[in-house]
Design a protein around this ligand. Sequence first.
Ligand code: F6P
Length: 360
Amino acid sequence: MKRVGLLTSGGDCQALNATMRGIVKALSHNLDELEVYGFINGYHGMIYGDYRLLTNKDFSGILTKGGTMLGSSRTPFKSINEPDEKGLNKVDAMKQNYYKLRLDCLFVLGGNGSQKTANLLSQEGLNVIHLPKTIDNDIWGTDMTFGFYSAVNIATEAIDCIHTTAASHNRVFIVEVMGHKVGWLTLYAGIAGGADVILIPEIPYQIDKVLEAIDHRTRSGKGFTVLAVAEGAVCAADLKLSKKEYKKKMEKKQYPSVAYELADQILQKTGNEVRITVPGHTQRGGAPCPYDRALSTRLGVAAAMAFLDNDFGKMIGIVHDKTVRIPLKDSAGKLKVIEKGNQFVKEAKMLGISFGDGDV
Ligand code: F6P
C-alpha cells in the first residue's frame, strides 16, 4: 500500500484539478493499492491536520474545472519558521501530520513561495515532489507553468474587447494585466491582443517615451492607443529615488495601482481621455484552456513517474517540450524573469510596439 498527500498552495489558477487528476490517475493505473490524502487550503491543512481521504470518484470529471477542489491559501515562507499565535511550530506540525498519515510522498502544487516551503520540507527529510503552478509563469527551471496560457487567453480577450470601444471613441486605454513581479503574461497577452504599448517590470518605462508612442499613433491618423501594462511595471524615474523617497511616495497611496498613475500622467501631459480596465482575478478564473489541460496532465503523469522511481526533492517542469525533474534546491528562491535581449521583445519592437524605454 502506498500513501500520498496532495496540496494546492498560494493563489489558485486554472488546471490545479487537472494536475491532481493526472497524478492520481497515473498512480492508480500503476499501483495495486493507493491511498490519497488531500490537505485542505494548502499548507494550512497540513499544519493543522485538516485533510480528507480522497477516492477515485473525487478525481473524475475535474479535468475541465477551474479553481481547486482542495482549496488554497497563502502561507508565507518568510514566517514559516515562526511559531503561530498559539506557539505551534509549523514545520514540526507539518512533519508530524506527514508521519501520522504514514505518507510516502507529498505532492505540492504551488508557485514560488510554496516551492520554497516544499524545498524546506524536503530538506527536513520528507519525500516531496513539486508541480509548478501559476499564471505568472515565473518559476525558474521550467519553460511553462500550468495556468499561464489560460490566463493569457483571458487577458487577451480583455484587450480584444477594449479595442473595439477604443476605436469608436478615440481614447487611450490601459489594460492592467496580472503577473506579480514579471511581465510574461502582459507580453504574451499584449502581443496576442495587438497592444500598441507594452509595459513590463523588466523594462522600466519612461513616461516621455510612452507619450511619444501615443503621439506617434495620433500623428499617423490612429485616434486611439491601447496599452497593456503589467501590474508590476515600474517607472524609470522611481528607480532613481532613494529607498526613503520611494517609501514616502508609496505611503501616500495616491493611486490604487500603476495603471492609475500612468493614466493621470497621460491626462496631465496630453489632455487625452484615458480609461482603465483591470481584469484582475478573472485572469485566474474559469476552465483551463486545452493547452493547460494537456500540460498539467503531462506534468501530473511525470510527477507520478518520479514517485514510482523514488525520485524525490524535485520539481517537475517542461523544457523543450519534454518533462524534466529539477532539484528543488536549484529552483527554489529563483525567479524566471524576461531577460535583457529576449527574442519575443525584440520581435515586438520590430512591429513598432513601444516598451516605453525609447529603444526600438
Ligand atoms: O501569483 C499569482 C497572482 O495572481 C499574481 O499575478 C498576482 O499579483 C497575485 O497572485 C494576486 O494575489 P492575491 O490573489 O493574493 O490577491
